[in-house]
Design a binder for this molecule. Structure first.
Ligand code: ATP
Ligand code: MG
Length: 419
């Protein structure tokens, strides 16, 4: 099957030109080069994908260097792994030397030696990700599909390439569910059976690798689908006994997405995932996934704040009091509480909700108009005195007692007389 025409329609003009340039350079060097993995899959599905993955039978780093020379791209080469990344303005291009892998034991990183395209395809996770398109000049556009990936795409199936696939690398369990839910596919029958059999093999995977795959899931459009499925399969509880993917999570993830459209969404999802955890559960989870310090703080704060929410349930609280109650928590943790707690579920009140929102949308951004320099000009000396004046100004501003610059000046002057 030749896909030259489809490539032309699918790739944007700059990508197409790049691919053709690479094809030419590879031919000059007598190397064969292929488009592989997600991009081939997405070309058939008609999904957009701007990550170009290329496999080179030969020396990927050498080819990458040549391509980089003639363009504006930034080159990042890993000679030891035979891989190179070219970073352009709007996309990246990964080139890898075709390789053969050998797993000494489950979960271990494989031993790698150079190989042919076929060796490179069989080490992949699923048939739908194990297709390639030749960019060589003599068969440009030819599909290479040794594991019937195209047929599986048509039948909407996720299939592993050999029975020990999940046990060699149990992160594939998480990856499989991610694709299953993203595309609305199903696991092929034997794959489904082996997946269930090999769930305990997740124990052989390092925290960093599990976390990375979870992050990929949380970057999906609707991660709750995969989270829910992982819950049903018993994958979540294998990772951490307290982890659940129930209807509550589905609802809160959806709410989080409606409220927050930002790069921070995955971190917010992490905070929501632990919302119903007890202290022991969260410690176990943080350790198992080797969660980095900042996110770990946000997750801890989420639970600490949850325990203190009742303090916010008082309509007489002044804005400054709300500010002092909440400023010690990571904003992400406050956001997580605003989403997770619910007056209908009895975990919050309307007043509490209003106070959380007030902090998130306004109070945390309040700054005095005057700064230290200006206070000095008013005759206030640097040091504890100024600190005190600034704090009082800030509090007055939070509570709406001063509004303009002139208000602040007047207040500062009257304070400096008293101090
Ligand atoms: P997407 O980025 O859209 O999720 P992708 O196919 O590009 O899909 P990546 O995670 O970017 O996925 O990985 C690139 C390719 O590397 C995959 O297509 C797959 O063939 C291979 N791959 C990644 N992780 C594994 C793994 N754990 N085992 C085997 N092959 C893998
Ligand atoms: Mg990718």
């Amino acid at each position: 099957m030749n896909l030259a025409r489809q490539i032309e329609q699918y790739l944007t003009q700059p990508l197409l030109e790049l691919v053709q340039d690479i094809s030419k350079k590879a031919a000059e060097q007598g190397q064969r080069v292929y488009l592989v993995g997600g991009i081939v899959r997405d070309l058939f599905l008609g999904y957009p994908n701007f990550d170009l993955d290329l496999v080179v039978e030969g020396d990927a780093v050498k080819l990458a260097q040549q391509v980089a020379e003639a363009s504006q791209a930034k080159l990042l080469a890993h000679r030891r792994f035979g891989t190179a990344k070219l970073r352009y303005e709007n996309f990246t291009l990964d080139l890898a030397t075709a390789r053969k892998e050998n797993y000494a034991r489950p979960g271990a990183l494989p031993a790698v030696t150079p190989g042919a395209l076929k060796d490179d395809l069989i080490r992949r996770d699923f048939s739908i990700n194990a297709m390639a398109i030749s960019l060589a000049t003599n068969d440009y556009g030819e599909l290479v599909d040794p594991y019937q990936g195209k047929s599986d795409l048509e039948h909407r199936l996720i299939r592993i390439l050999h029975p020990e696939s999940f046990s060699d690398d149990a992160t594939r369990i998480l990856r499989g569910v991610r694709y299953e839910q993203r595309f609305g596919f199903e696991f092929e029958a034997q794959t489904a059976q082996l997946l269930r059999r090999d769930i305990p093999m997740l124990d052989t995977i390092s925290g960093d690798r599990i976390r990375h795959e979870l992050e990929l899931i949380l970057e999906e459009k609707q991660p709750e689908l995969a989270v829910r499925r992982l819950g049903e399969l018993g994958v979540l509880s294998r990772i951490s006994p307290s982890l659940k993917g129930d209807g509550w999570i589905t609802e809160k993830f959806d709410k989080a997405r409606r409220l927050k459209k930002s790069a921070q969404l995955p971190s917010l999802y992490f905070c929501l995932l632990v919302y119903s955890f007890r202290e022991r559960g969260i410690e176990q989870f943080l350790a198992r996934l080797n969660i980095p310090a900042k996110l770990s703080r946000a997750m801890h704060d989420t639970l600490r704040l949850k325990a203190r929410l009742p303090l916010l349930d008082k309509s007489s609280l002044k804005p400054s009091e709300i500010y002092y109650l909440l400023r010690e928590y990571e904003p992400l943790a406050i956001q997580a509480n605003a989403i997770a707690s619910d007056e209908k579920e009895g975990t919050s009140s309307l007043i509490t909700q209003r106070h959380l929102q007030l902090f998130l949308t306004k109070l945390r951004y309040v700054r005095t108009a005057l700064d230290g320099e200006e206070l000095k000009r008013l005759g206030i000396s640097a040091g504890p005195e100024m600190g005190k004046v600034l704090q009082i100004l800030h509090k007055a501003k939070l509570d709406g007692e001063v509004r303009t610059r002139a208000d602040e000046k007047n207040l500062a002057l009257s304070l400096s007389l008293k101090l």
